[in-house]
Design a protein around this ligand. Structure first.
Ligand code: PRP
Length: 183
């Protein structure tokens, strides 16, 4: 499918291809929601969205989880306006919700180098949660230094620069309802 032709959201910017359509994403998010519901039969569940990239995924995902839960956010940034990670992960917002004794599900849009997750998981594991797991919509499987397992993965993603459904390039394209590969 050629996303460059008609989509006014792209403002003429060429994208290579649509990698995951809105329909494919919706189907997979429903499946992940069911998996998460089954995975946590009891206990308090806090779904912690890593901003900004996960904001759309998180909103869709929590509505597919059929059990009580709480939502909070954590904010980290490493890419700035570049297409490659700066390597320095800055914590911009730390959740105020109590994490101790709760099942924490950290929701990430994409695992690339794994630096963001290493940093955040190190930090969150010190807060004595009952359990701490990662759910990522996309996993590129290039994160050789990632020290934590990603238990729930939406899609095994190609190693391309992806935008849409929350993912940006220099803060643009987050609002695309599909995920596309940038030229
Ligand atoms: C992006 C993306 C992930 C992270 C993945 O966030 O949303 O959180 O990078 O990269 P890594 O595995 O190499 O660490 P970014 O720092 O661009 O901030 P954003 O979520 O606000 O877009």
């Amino acid at each position: 499918m050629n996303a460059t032709t008609a989509d006014p959201r792209l403002d003429g910017r060429p994208v290579k291809r649509i990698v995951y359509s809105a329909e494919q994403i919706a189907t997979r998010v429903r499946e992940l929601g069911a998996e998460i519901t089954a995975r946590y039969p009891d206990g308090e569940l806090l779904v912690l969205g890593l901003l900004k990239g996960s904001f759309i995924f998180l909103g869709d995902l929590v509505r597919q989880i059929a059990r009580p839960l709480q939502v909070d956010f954590i904010v980290a940034a490493s890419y700035g306006d570049s297409t490659t990670s700066s390597g320095h992960v800055r914590l911009v917002y730390d959740p105020e919700t109590k994490l101790e004794g709760k099942h924490i599900l950290l929701v990430e849009d994409i695992v690339d180098s794994g630096r963001t997750l290493n940093r955040l998981m190190d930090l969150l594991s010190l807060r004595q949660p009952k359990s701490l797991e990662i759910c990522a919509l996309l996993h590129k499987h290039v994160a050789e230094y990632l020290r934590y397992p990603v238990r729930l993965v939406g899609f095994d993603a190609p190693n391309e620069f992806l935008v849409g459904y929350g993912l940006d390039h220099a803060e643009n394209f987050r609002h695309l309802p599909y995920i596309a590969s940038l030229q």
